[in-house]
Ligand binder design. Sequence first.
Ligand SMILES: [Zn+2]
Length: 253
Amino acid sequence: MEQVARHVWVVTSPTWLTTSTLVVDDDGACLLVDPALTPEEILALEQEVSRRGWHVAAGFSTHPHWDHVLWSAALPDVPRWATSVATDAATAEELTAQASRDLPGYRWDVIGGTTPLAPDTTEVPWTGPRAVVVPTPGHAPGHASLHLPEEGVLIAGDMLSDVEVPLLDDAPDAFEEYRHSLRRLADLDPRVVVPGHGRVAHRWVGHRRVHADERYLADLAAGTPPHDHRLADPRVRADHESQMALLSSRAGG
Ligand SMILES: [Zn+2]
């Protein structure tokens, strides 16, 4: 468990460098964001929380992709907040099907079943450090990042990664939405960026990631093959090629 700010710890799974983030109040109450990834890893996370004398008081899911809506029977049955758009975007059956396709051979206790935030909610309802919900659509319906202003931390969800390029939602305006979302995150100027997949970045590295994502999207828009080190990973390249094909079919049609 890596402490990245006074009240924030990050755990990283070896699979796709998937991160889980804990915001821990002074009394040990935790806000657990996107716990991941295998059932064993989520159980180990719960055991480490208990060992430290902490307790999970609330959850938050950044977006409705299966690897960001997991939970465990060993974790308390607390509200796991998500935007209402995210909550409505996929059923538990669809999310379970995504999981068994992407990472077969596991059985998770809970996939989906998040609690929708009221539409006018701007912060996660909990008593610990302030966690501002920042709507950042483009990657998935209802995608939201969390900004912890007192900690200087941005929990980005599936954006600002050093291992994955921006992957666009199916929505026709996803491209523009993603670009606006990147600007919104850059304007927050966080000290620490925690991506959903990849390594934690500190301020200037975070800015470099915004530029890398903007450059990738600009190349995609222009139909220019991007020179992006993240495409060396065959899995990321396959995702890149399918979204390039989708965009060019839309442009042609
Ligand atoms: Zn995702």
